[in-house]
Design a protein around this ligand. Structure first.
Ligand code: 4AD
Ligand code: MG
Length: 430
């Protein structure tokens, strides 16, 4: 019977056939251990010479790394294996013999691995990270489906920018100028006025010259937008959302987290509510922690975020940043004109900002004033203003970066490991 590795434990005592690749092999004169993978998981196949005969044993012993195979065998319980089973191999059919696979079990440098990303993703560690990414994507869609959000897809080619004009990818759109989207937010605000609670989940592009372990040029962002939802309620939805994602991964990706050596006790804590620290207090905390140079009005960099996050064992919201360091669309705090109703959510353990969000300006006159201040005279922004003209309502939204979330939950050092084919500064290959 044909099956897959993740289903083997349902067939204990039976003979099954799987399609697989050989990821590694150990053998002696009498026994060969085949490390098999099929995408669904990893399992050990044991080939015993005295059981299979000389011909099959010789074939198994001669297998090269990453050759593709059909393997037939009997499923046996084995407590040492992650899946609780191993395969007593009775036959091996070679589909394709791989020659000189470049990624050997020895250590390789990062650049070498990045040049071979198309093959590197087959490794056990990369496989585990991509499985966790998949589970996070599923948990995101599940959360929004269960909470009556409609998924809406904003355009990727746009004539306007949401987050500032310095980091846009430019292209020609026939006779016009166009940009690759750096956020779907403005369109999602329009969608929220039509469908109430909406979210987008798509690729975003930033031509930032940042070479850090948290920056990608192309990354995936989840952007909910909610009509009739004010700042505080938005924070409550964010903490519920993140808790759901983390708890889903703990439950459904036990093996993958184990493969990665992730300290799960640090994730188990991640349940709503999350602490909130105002920007004003964050400045005080930083000064107490020895950041003497930081002044009210400065934006935070990675070291500042890490220092603040260190004081908490859960993600922490930093709220109410100065208006001048945040985007033009954020609503001022009604009690204090110099700060806005916004929050960044900082992940624990030094993984940095994973969410940026805010309540949006809903007053037409104030938005017109912001347009003036930011020189948004372009026709490209006309439609966005009209949202404040016809039935304007309080509304809030936020953006979660998928890859930073994957990095945090899986414990990956660098976001380059959290997306199948990373686009980085100076890397477009493979
Ligand atoms: O804080 P950002 O720039 O917010 C926005 O784009 C808003 N329009 C979102 C909204 O309110 N709808 O980006 C949101 C998140 C960040 O917190 C971070 O997780 C991720 O997107 N992000 C990046 N991830 C990887 N590489 C980059 N270069 C990123 N830039 C932002
Ligand atoms: Mg941000």
């Amino acid at each position: 019977m044909k099956t897959t590795i993740n289903k083997l434990s349902e067939h204990v005592g039976k003979t099954v056939k799987i399609g697989a690749w050989l990821s590694n092999k150990r053998s002696s004169g009498k026994i060969a251990f085949l490390q098999l993978r099929d995408g669904s998981g990893f399992v050990q196949g044991v080939v015993v010479k005295s059981e299979v005969g000389d011909e099959i044993f010789a074939k198994a012993k001669g297998l090269t790394q990453e050759s593709s195979l059909y393997v037939t065998g009997m499923v046996k319980e084995d407590e040492r294996s992650a899946l609780g089973v191993e395969l007593e191999v009775t036959d091996v059919e070679v589909l394709h013999q791989a020659v000189d696979y470049p990624i050997t079990p020895k250590e390789h440098g990062t650049e070498f691995l990045m040049d071979h990303r198309h093959l590197w993703i087959r490794s056990k560690r990369q496989h585990a990270i991509l499985k966790i990414r998949n589970e996070i994507i599923h948990a995101v869609n599940e959360f929004f489906y269960n909470n009556d959000f409609a998924k809406v897809d904003p355009p990727i080619l746009t004539g306007s920018s949401a987050e500032g004009t310095t980091s846009l990818f430019h292209t020609k759109y026939f006779e016009e100028d166009a940009y690759l989207s750096q956020s779907g937010q403005l369109y999602m605000e329009a969608a929220a006025m039509a469908l109430g609670k909406v979210y987008s989940f798509g690729p975003t592009f930033r031509a930032e010259k940042s070479k850090t372990r948290r920056h990608l040029i192309e990354f995936w962002m989840i952007e909910p937008e909610m009509a009739f939802v004010e700042h505080e309620e938005s924070l409550e939805i964010q903490e519920q959302f993140i808790s759901h994602i983390v708890q889903s991964v703990i439950t459904r990706c036990e093996n993958e987290l184990k493969t990665l050596g992730r300290d799960i006790s640090k994730l188990e804590n991640v349940k709503a509510p999350f602490p909130r620290v105002s920007y004003d207090d964050a400045i005080k905390m930083l000064k107490e922690k020895g950041f003497d140079d930081i002044e009210w009005g400065d934006d935070f960099g990675a070291p500042h975020e890490t220092a603040i996050a260190e004081s908490f064992d859960k993600p922490v919201f930093i709220t109410n940043y100065p208006k001048d360091i945040k985007a033009f669309y954020m609503k001022p705090d009604p009690n204090r004109e110099d700060v806005v109703l916004c929050a960044d959510l900082i992940a624990p353990e030094g993984y940095g900002e994973i969410i940026g969000g805010s309540q949006r300006i809903d007053d037409l006159a104030l938005m017109e004033q912001r347009y003036e201040e930011h020189g948004l005279t372009d026709d490209a922004y006309k439609w966005y203003l009209e949202l404040r003209k016809y039935g304007s309502v309080p509304h809030s939204g936020f953006g979660l970066g998928l890859e930073r979330t994957v990095a945090w939950i899986s414990g990956a050092e660098h976001v380059r490991e959290t997306i199948p084919f990373p686009r980085l500064l100076n890397r477009l290959y493979p």
